[in-house]
Design a protein around this ligand. Sequence first.
Ligand SMILES: [Zn+2]
Length: 289
Amino acid sequence: MSTYHNALGTFEWLLREIIYWALQPGLIAMSLYLAHTNASLDTHSLFILLAFCTITLLEVLLPGRSEWRKNAGESIKLLGFVLVAGSAYVAVETLYAVSLFQWLTDLSHAWQLDFWPSEWPVLAQVLLIFVAYEFVNYWYHRATHRWAWFWKLSGHGTHHAFKKLTGLNAIANHPIEAFFLILPRAIVGFLFGGEAVGAGIVSLTTVTAILAHSNLHLNSAVIGWFFTTNRYHIHHHSQVVSESNTNFGCMCIIWDRIFGTFQDASTQDTGISDTQPSYKTLLMMPFKW
Ligand SMILES: [Zn+2]
């Protein structure tokens, strides 16, 4: 019996070490490999689904914080909220496709804004668009935290209201925020035209965002120089406002390092109050002034 427990303990220790050292670099390497091989959007989507399921399973088995384990009721409610938010995202994307995106594409062609280095290796293009995309995201995100009216209007406060973070929280945004979250990609596309690597960046951004919200014990030492790790992003979700006004890069941390908002410190509690508001309150947040 004790030999069995020793073997189980060794296996758990080994699995925790693998997660700590290899999970984030491994998933990022796989995403970049898919980009390098010009994988289709379907392949990137399948990879995102597999990565999400793996991260969620590991969060249940070996959570970074055991008190953040969600019970079935909490998981189902969050999933329902994410489905509503996801539907809003698809609806806004469809609306933009026939309006704003069309207009920006026409304007981009009229002004001959075609600076994109399409002759570069695909991997270099993916990393360039990732950094450019995160530059716009960084300033949008910083603005939502800077001005109280924008915090309300954008619905960003809803994303911060959760007391327990898991990978699924990466897409737990107020439906209204879809109007803003889609814009950085459109702006980068307008200025540079980088649609050729569109599929290549999808899994890199999504998987990095899921990892940044995950409840797993991950290493930040090397990978965290460039990519946002959950230690940095959980700090951004801190209940302490001064701590929350750091680490605005949800996927790439380089802009925080450059613009002086980077902070590497542990985090006590997340959320915007001592208890998590009801989902009704979360949905009403942008409309209560
Ligand atoms: Zn934020």
